[in-house]
Ligand binder design. Sequence first.
Ligand code: AAL
Length: 410
Amino acid sequence: MVAVLAFSCSESQPEIRQSNPKTAIQKVFPHKMPKEKPDLPMSAATERMFDYPGVGIHDNELFSQFKYTPLKGFDYASGDGTISRRDPSRPIKVNDKFYIYYTKRLTVVPPIGASRAKEATDKIPSTDWDLCDIWYATSDDGITWKEQAIAIKRPEKPNSGWRSVATPDILIWKNKYYLYYQAFSEPSGLKGDWCPVSVSYADSPDGPWIHGADKVIPFGKKGEWDQDATHDPQPIVFKDKIYMYYKAAFNKWPEIRNKYAIGHGLVIAENPLGPFKKHPLNPVMTSGHETTYFPFKEGVAALTIRDGNERETMQYAKDGVNFEIASHLSLTPIAAAPYVADAFTNSGNGRGFTWGLSHFINAGAKGKQHSIMARFDCDLSLDYDNPEVFKKSTVWHKPDVYFQQGLEPK
Ligand code: AAL
């Protein structure tokens, strides 16, 4: 036992008391940052500093800043709200060309909004992703794109997706291509943003795409978190199987929107057309919005943005299921769709990525709502290091960026 001096609040006289054996050795946290967790009594914050992939962000392979570049080659009808492109798939590279698939809305008027979904017609869209088809584009450099054609057209009524097909993502499996996408059979917003996921497949990234199956991610039973929506399907190949992550918003309809919660679930299959089996620990993620999961080292990392207590973080799970926070991020790409070269190679040693596509949903002026896609660059790759650009802790924005977030006049 070592005696230490302690001051009580009521008296100014120091009293002598016995210290607890754990704190008895007077070791203090060093000036030079230790590489390993030191054998010291530590506060919770100091202790968990050593649980991140790097003790500082400069050593953390799962930390990056994001830089944005406008895309070239897409026409938006002067931003009048009649053309929208959003929710891109992750780019894939085939014969030296990048391919992306995305939601495209081409309507005579801009969307009237989810709250007016009852007024939607076969010409008037409720939301930005109502009355859409899935289009594709190709590029040599990821910046200039050439829009090619429709990949997946809305099927005839009453097939699943007759109202809108949206938010695609891709899987390459045994030399075939599989597109998973949301298939709406009512205007989004009518009862909720309710839809299941369908899949189509092709021998070439240019199609033709053959319808494979509907409702591939089973809805939960009534009363379960994912009872009526499965969104943002995103497959990777992990541990020899297809791991598909998806989103459901819950605790929401008919409750008011600001009480809503987000869950990401995991379904696993050995065949791209299913059956997909739900992981018993779903939801495996309770923050984030759109899904961005990628093989990283021996596990899976996830960009977790927008919603929930752990929003704006990068997370990591060795088993692809039990995620922990790996870093905190800012100015994150929305609906991020990174170019992950090893997303489907099942290497067991994921390398990460340096760029991808994302979207901005507020590209249009009032009454001209539409989305545009953009490119982001970052350093979330084990094979690339550019700390000067991507590992700085602060990015300084001009005062205007803050003042744009000013109070409403009233
Ligand atoms: C997106 C995605 C899904 C939703 C809607 C269109 O960002 O989360 O696709 O349904 O918004």
